[in-house]
Design a protein around this ligand. Structure first.
Ligand code: AMP
Ligand code: MG
Length: 394
């Protein structure tokens, strides 16, 4: 299986230490432990008064306010059962107190608090107990976690200004083809736009890869050799589009071999994307030769390159989503096939995929508005409505 063959060969990118403010989207390479108990003290979580409650609602419903306890100052203490301290959200619970009555539940006049009839005096009401969320030494995050806003907050709470993450893989995207013309440049009848390189770069950036460069190479063996030699030495992954089929000017597999890239596989029983090539250099650069047909390019990128790069970063992959076909699909030969779909979720939360069948693998206009594609396993009979397939997002 192509995916497993890639995962077996891909090498991990090294780690680096980054300042926390530059960690969004990175992959964690260490466990993060709580610095202290969380919350670090019995924490007031309402503005109001702190009192002592023995759990009964009997007794006087008036208290004398002895002072104020804002957030960020050491705890003061209640002097007795008839006293109260005004407290603010985030303050340390005053010594001797165990219950917070919120502002709305009492009247305050002349330092005398009178509880309203609805005020409840339950012990530890509106108090977040010290250590309730986490204890020191317990891992809050594990290596391999992807760092989004919640994880960044957790690292900050652990007191860490820097964190170990995977270095971003250095990715070079190179399109090949004499017929390809840059957007913005004049174009002749016999030429086509260089759209794949833009799609590949966008998909990689969209999946969180940040060090992505791109190049264009003509169908010229010498030029191809020069450019690829340079890129192989300076990249962790080289993503090529075009030039991997059996045409007279498809020099990519030959030149890669001449440059010492070990071929791991060439051609995969799938549609689209059959001519896909994969290999590794001795120095650990992964080389993906994607077919130039635009749908094949994007499908192979999302199906194979994105998970491989996640593996290289020590990250968990974006899992495929099981989803039901909204209408039956007929395929020709029994090989694995990829079909673009629009996805929606019904009221029960079940995913439903509406197939958007293109006019062949060159018809990438059919991809507009699609969410991704489903992978259909090889079978000679049609895939009925309701068939559950794995969906991959663009
Ligand atoms: P190839 O894999 O080089 O044989 O190309 C297959 C088809 O994809 C041809 O019709 C190419 O013109 C087209 N193609 C190749 N590369 C690109 C690209 N970067 N952007 C758009 N179309 C491309
Ligand atoms: Mg070509």
């Amino acid at each position: 299986m192509a995916e497993a063959a890639i995962a077996n060969r891909i090498t991990e990118v090294p780690e680096e230490t980054r300042p926390l403010q530059h960690c969004l989207g990175q992959t964690l390479r260490e466990d993060v432990h709580a610095e202290r108990e969380n919350p670090p003290f019995d924490r007031v979580c309402m503005d109001g008064i702190a009192i002592y409650s023995d759990g009964s609602e009997d007794g006087a419903r008036q208290y004398v306010v002895e002072g104020t306890q804002p957030a960020g100052v050491p705890a003061r203490a209640l002097s007795g059962a008839a006293s109260a301290v005004e407290v603010m959200t985030g303050a340390v619970l005053p010594g001797g107190a165990n219950c917070i009555i919120p502002l709305e539940e009492y009247d305050l006049a002349d330092r005398i608090v009178s509880l309203k009839p609805n005020a409840l005096r339950e012990p530890f009401r509106n108090v977040q107990r010290r250590g309730a969320d986490s204890r020191p030494g317990v891992p809050m995050l594990r290596t391999g976690a992807r760092l989004n806003a919640p994880e960044i907050a957790i690292i900050a709470s652990a007191g860490m200004a820097h964190v170990r993450v995977s270095r971003q893989p250095r990715i070079m995207v190179a399109s090949t083809g004499d017929e390809l013309v840059e957007p913005g440049k004049p174009i002749a009848q016999h030429q086509v736009r260089r759209s794949n390189a833009y799609a590949i770069v966008a998909a990689l950036m969209g999946h969180g890869f940040q060090d992505v460069k791109n190049d264009h190479i003509l169908d010229d063996e010498t030029m191809l050799r020069e450019h690829l030699a340079r890129h192989l030495g300076a990249s962790d992954a080289l993503v090529l589009s075009g030039g991997v089929s059996k045409g007279k000017f498809d020099f990519v597999p030959k030149v890669l071999k001449e440059l010492g890239v070990e071929e791991v596989f060439y051609q995969v029983a799938q549609r689209p994307g059959m001519p896909m090539w994969f290999g590794m250099t001795a120095q650990g650069c992964a080389v993906f030769g994607l077919p130039g047909n635009p749908i094949a390019t994007l499908v192979c990128l999302v199906r194979y390159v994105v998970p491989a790069l996640a593996t290289a970063m020590g990250a968990r992959h974006p899992w495929p989503i099981p989803i039901a076909l909204a209408s039956a699909i007929k395929r020709g030969r029994p090989v694995t096939s990829f079909v673009p779909v629009e996805a929606r979720w019904d009221a029960q939360g079940r995913g439903i995929a509406q197939p958007r069948i293109p006019n062949g693998s060159g018809d990438f206009l059919a991809l507009a508005g699609t969410d991704g594609f489903v992978e259909l396993p090889p079978q000679s009979t049609p895939y009925p409505e309701g068939f559950i397939a794995n969906m991959y997002r663009w």
